[in-house]
Design a protein around this ligand. Structure first.
Ligand SMILES: [Zn+2]
Length: 194
């Protein structure tokens, strides 16, 4: 993972997303806008791992987990895939903000949800990054994501697991066959990395 590529991608995000910034969940609350403080407060009540385990987008800011500031500043390239994933959420929010806010704030129902729709677009980036770096998407990544999609972290957004698995398998095929690439579904943007 190259540092240069990551810095270029961050500059690209800043051009695409007015007001873009990277912050940390353990930043002083007074450094955050009130809306973000309220949403963090709410999310912590729903999910006790919220601060430690999850990166969260509150447009136009990406909040990395607590305790990651140093590691990000020293080696931003370790977060490259995360940035690619969160970038799609930022663009989706820019384009569909009402629907997206609605589907996250009202976390129910479970099963086949709008959250799963948005997260499939985000996690497509994780698969595309595998393809770009290694020329393939390992089955272990599909299994890991099937757990995420059907697990409690995102409040069971795609159930049953076998369904999540088959949706992700077809995403894996699309990526490996080159039908999905770059910052899909925003491939018409001025891609900074070639
Ligand atoms: Zn996501």
């Amino acid at each position: 993972m190259s540092r240069d590529r990551t810095l270029k991608f961050i500059a690209f995000m800043a051009r695409e997303i007015p007001g873009f910034g990277i912050a940390y969940k353990d930043d002083p609350p007074e450094s955050m806008r009130l809306r973000d403080r309220c949403l963090h407060w709410l999310a912590r009540r729903v999910n006790s791992d919220y601060d430690q385990r999850y990166t969260t987008v509150l447009y136009p800011i990406i909040y990395l987990p607590s305790g990651t500031r140093r590691s990000f500043e020293e080696a931003p390239e370790k977060y490259y895939t995360t940035l690619r994933h969160e970038f799609v959420h930022l663009k989706d929010f820019q384009r569909y903000h009402i629907w997206m806010a609605f589907s996250y704030v009202f976390v129910l129902p479970v099963g086949w949800t709008m959250r799963a729709f948005w997260e499939l677009r985000g996690y497509a980036q994780n698969l595309i990054c595998w393809q770009e770096d290694y020329g393939r998407v390992p089955d272990s990544e599909v299994e890991r994501l099937a757990d995420i999609f059907s697990g409690r972290g995102y409040v069971y957004m795609l159930l049953p697991r076998s369904w999540a698995h088959s949706v992700l398998k077809s995403l894996q095929r699309s990526v490996e066959e080159g039908r999905l690439s770059g910052v899909y579904p925003y491939g018409d943007l001025d891609w900074p990395l070639e």
